[in-house]
Design a protein around this ligand. Structure first.
Ligand code: GDP
Length: 509
């Protein structure tokens, strides 16, 4: 409980702020602003069943009280019960005009999203009404919240750490069931807990070393090298275990990038549409119409897919098509899976060979024609022989010769025959054949990068220790590792990094 519980609220003592001030302060990022009371429309723009205005900060209750008139009048100087919806109206305190019929909830700190006093006004989901209520809150002393500022306060006030704050964003943006589950576990603090365990081991080693460096004359015994090695090795193994699932985590979070390549007219756009289930890419019988790459999100079971239809890897003099080809190459390089499409109703054409050569060049630009650019670790390619509903003119051997070793499927985007096996092949690939493996905890590139740096520093510490170099050097590596690990939970994150992360949120979150 804090002392604000029985604070008297009087409208006439409230600071005034005009819209210009509100905008100006909303754009600045000075740390003193952490004390401001902030307000925003928390529901998405547009018409909806309900619209919510969220107000957070020391003056939230005062502002809420000034605007909200409960249907059942309350005794003087009292507030509606905390954490309970109260029925009533929002009234313009200056004109007395009723703005909306609402359910309003006053939530006493610290049991709130931001750990500050919070008022949420649930009105009708009418954009003009919500704007009016927000305007009243700003006039009554609140400042317009920046994107993510509510969550940033939850972080700054210690309710959640940085990884958890990012999980909020991932949860909101999740495009698949697997991604949603992953975000929820991160929000629950699983990743943070693992990072803390690793930090504790590294910190244990550092404190032992530090004691012997700081107090050499006090006969602090030199730390046992074996004990140090065990602690650092523990931390290093913890990092490696988290990183092992990072690639799969990325796929679950962002979706598997499936890029469809092949010469014009084999049916790439048709496959994209079939997998999407909507007519998105333009399907025409004229060669070369898909000049740009088209990227679409789709769901396959619990997975998210990012499907990319390419302009066709053709050798062309048309400048517009050349541009498309360049984009196709870039898309091919970024793919998790390439589907190389052929038209089964025709024998191979020179364009098919060109497409194969272009794809090889895209995937392994430095390879000589004699190299095999399909070594393990290179983007997997699946050969898809389309138009299985037509009489077939292309033999499997001919198709296979274009891309030796690639799995081969027959399908028809027209009849959907063979599409389900292709989808199964995609799913297997996305799960990296590890369907039984526990769900990964690391999914974001930022976390993976921090872990990689931590792992490198820990390994450096281990080898310094093994070479019996002075312990000061081991301490330097350990500090680097701790710094990198701290970036995950936010202990050592710079304010630039924090701004960058919270700017990705929407307003009101
Ligand atoms: P893209 O240039 O590779 O993207 O090819 P499109 O998807 O635009 O298809 C080229 C032509 O082939 C269109 O006329 C499609 O209707 C046709 N097509 C695509 N898939 C099939 C299929 O499975 N069977 C048959 N018979 N025609 C198809």
């Amino acid at each position: 409980m804090n002392g604000r519980e029985h604070m008297p609220f009087r409208y006439d003592t409230m600071p005034r702020m005009n819209a210009e001030n509100a905008r100006a302060s909303a754009q600045s990022t000075s740390p003193g602003e952490a004390d401001d009371t902030i307000a925003a429309i928390a529901t998405p723009p547009g018409v909806g069943g309900v619209g919510v205005i969220r107000i957070s900060g020391a003056q939230a209750f005062m502002i809420g009280r000034a605007l909200f008139r409960p249907a059942q009048p309350l005794p003087a100087d009292t507030l509606p019960p905390s954490h309970q919806l109260t029925y009533g109206a929002i009234v313009d305190p200056v004109t007395g005009e009723t703005i909306d019929e609402t359910l309003t909830v006053f939530m006493r700190a610290p049991r709130t999203y931001t750990r500050e006093d919070v008022v949420e006004i649930q009105g009708h989901g009418a954009p003009l009404t919500l704007q009016r209520i927000l305007g009243l809150a700003l006039a009554a002393g609140a400042r317009l919240a920046r994107p993510g500022e509510m969550t940033q306060r939850a972080f700054l006030n210690g309710r959640i750490d940085l990884a958890q704050a990012e999980a909020v964003l991932d949860l909101v943006n999740a495009s698949s069931e697997a991604g949603r589950r992953l975000a929820l576990r991160q929000l629950d603090g699983e990743l943070s807990a693992r990072a803390q365990t690793i930090r504790a081991a590294a910190l244990g080693a550092l404190t032992r070393i530090q004691a012997s460096i700081d107090f050499p004359e006090e006969e602090v015994p030199l730390p046992d090298p074996e004990e140090l090695r065990a602690l650092i090795a523990d931390a290093s193994a913890g990092v490696a275990a988290l990183l092992a699932g990072a690639e799969r985590g990325r796929v679950l979070r962002e979706g598997l990038r499936v890029v469809i390549v092949g010469r014009p007219n084999v049916g790439k756009s048709s496959l994209l549409n079939t997998l999407l289930g909507v007519e998105r890419a333009i399907v025409t019988p004229i060669a070369g119409t898909t000049r740009d790459t088209v990227e679409e999100g789709a769901r396959l079971g619990e997975l998210a897919l990012r499907l990319v239809d390419t302009a066709g890897l053709t050798n062309t003099d048309d400048p517009v098509e050349r541009l498309g080809v360049a984009r196709s190459r870039a898309a091919a390089r970024e793919a998790d899976l390439l589907i190389f499409m052929l038209d089964g109703s025709e024998s191979l054409t020179p364009s098919d060979h060109t497409a194969a050569a272009e794809l090889r060049a895209a995937l392994a630009p430095d390879a000589t024609p004699d190299d095999t650019p399909f070594a393990p670790g290179v983007t997997p390619v699946t050969l898809a022989i389309n138009k299985a509903d037509l009489p077939q003119a292309l033999s499997e051997a001919e198709a296979q010769a274009l891309w030796p070793g690639a799995p081969l499927v027959h399908l028809s985007t027209l009849t959907r025959a063979g599409v389900a096996p292709l989808e199964e092949a995609i799913t297997r690939l996305a799960l990296r054949g590890e369907a039984q493996m526990a769900d990964p905890l690391v999914a974001s590139a930022r976390h993976a990068d921090a872990l990689r740096r931590a792992g490198e520093s820990l390994d450096a510490a281990l080898s310094t220790l093994a070479q019996r170099d002075p312990l000061d050097f081991v301490a330097i590596d350990l500090r680097d590792a701790l710094e990198a690990l701290g970036e995950i939970t936010g202990e050592t994150a710079t304010s630039d990094l924090l701004d960058q992360i919270f700017a990705q949120f929407c307003i009101g979150k």
